[in-house]
Design a binder for this molecule. Structure first.
Ligand code: MN3
Length: 207
């Protein structure tokens, strides 16, 4: 599996996300998750025809617990970062429009209600992890957070499709924001590509 190609330069999200953080995040952290995921996959030939989404939604099917953990951590890291780097853009920021905007109002009261909820989830995540906006196949939205490189695809009780991730590992923000995770989240909101998030929402609910 391959890292998503960036549609912008490493410096393009300045000043909200700095060039060195973007470069290190993509060429070191994301590259390592991708390489380690591919190495683990080579040892589980029965997964060779599956998509990353299918693999992460059925981790218990991997019998070897060491390989299962490797795929949970590195497959999660691979998937999460491909999504992260796809939903940010130098032309981002603002608020969504259309069907997604209407559903955000329905499920969270308002855009600012949604923003407060995901920001709280991101700030409350102890240690490393992610905050998420996800949809089910009928369009209901939910905000949650996960530890490490876990994600909503791994949820066993209900099928959630992530459409917006916020990486709150320190490697995503520490060089610029130091310990100030809330300031990074505000900066992240300035680069969210809502057109891409809305596109993913519409695909998820029409499948
Ligand atoms: Mn990261």
């Amino acid at each position: 599996m391959k890292q998503v190609e960036l549609k912008y330069g490493f410096e393009a999200l300045e000043p909200h996300i700095d060039e060195l953080t973007m470069r290190t995040h993509y060429t070191k952290h994301h590259a390592a998750y991708t390489n380690n995921f591919n190495m683990a996959l080579e040892k589980v030939p029965e997964l060779s025809n599956k998509t990353v989404e299918e693999i992460l939604a059925d981790l218990p099917a991997i019998a070897d617990t060491t390989l299962r953990t490797a795929i949970q951590n590195n497959g999660g890291g691979y998937y999460n970062h491909n999504l992260y780097f796809t939903v940010i853009s130098p032309a981002g920021g603002g608020e969504p429009t259309g069907v997604l905007a209407k559903q955000i109002e329905k499920d969270f009261g308002s855009f600012s209600g949604f923003k407060e909820k995901i920001k709280s989830a991101a700030i409350a995540r102890f240690g490393s992890g992610w905050a998420w906006l996800s949809t089910d196949s009928t369009g209901n939205l939910a905000v949650n957070s996960t530890p490490n490189q876990d994600n909503p695809l791994m949820e066993r009780e209900r099928k959630w499709i992530p459409i917006l991730p916020i990486d709150v590992w320190e490697h995503a923000y520490y060089l610029k924001y130091k310990n100030l995770r809330p300031d990074y989240i505000e900066g992240f909101f300035q680069v969210i590509d809502w057109k891409e998030v809305a596109r993913r929402y519409e695909i998820a609910i029409t499948q």
